[in-house]
Unconditional design. Structure first.
Ligand SMILES: [Zn+2]
Length: 138
């Protein structure tokens, strides 16, 4: 399964990640679920209401409003992204707990150092298992 991102969407995510460093940032991925592919059409940065270097929680009202707006333009919520300042883009214990509530969505994790993105990984929790997604940039 592929997670397809547009170049400018990826740039927006990287910018948000670096601007928020050393705190974690998070955001929403809007697009469409296809056959073996998740196409991201729009990236929406969210405030990390926890303001933490090791945890994130998106502003609930923004999430609600964004999903409503996406529906009107024929898109749906397909995933979320968050950053891992100073640590690798692995699924943390906290992530894996949260993934139980976000089954069937793409999870993009971006690892960052002070001034650069180190790595990006994408996962898909489904049916109680966590698979890895291939990231493709259009
Ligand atoms: Zn995480």
């Amino acid at each position: 399964m592929n997670l397809k991102l547009k170049r400018d969407g990826l740039k927006a995510i990287d910018g948000h990640v670096l601007k928020s460093f050393p705190r974690e940032c998070c955001g929403l991925l809007l697009g469409k679920f296809g056959e073996n592919v998740i196409e991201v059409e729009e990236v929406v940065g969210a405030d990390n209401v926890l303001g933490s270097p090791v945890a994130f929680e998106a502003d609930a009202e923004l999430v609600f409003k964004t999903i409503k707006r996406a529906e009107k333009s024929g898109l749906e919520l397909v995933g979320i992204y968050h950053s891992h300042p100073k640590i690798a883009a692995y699924v943390s214990a906290r992530d894996s707990e949260m993934m139980k509530l976000w089954q069937g969505f793409a999870w993009l994790i971006v690892s960052a150092a002070k001034e650069r993105v180190v790595e990006r990984k994408a996962y898909m929790p489904k049916d109680g298992e966590i698979g890895e997604l291939e990231i493709a940039v259009m």
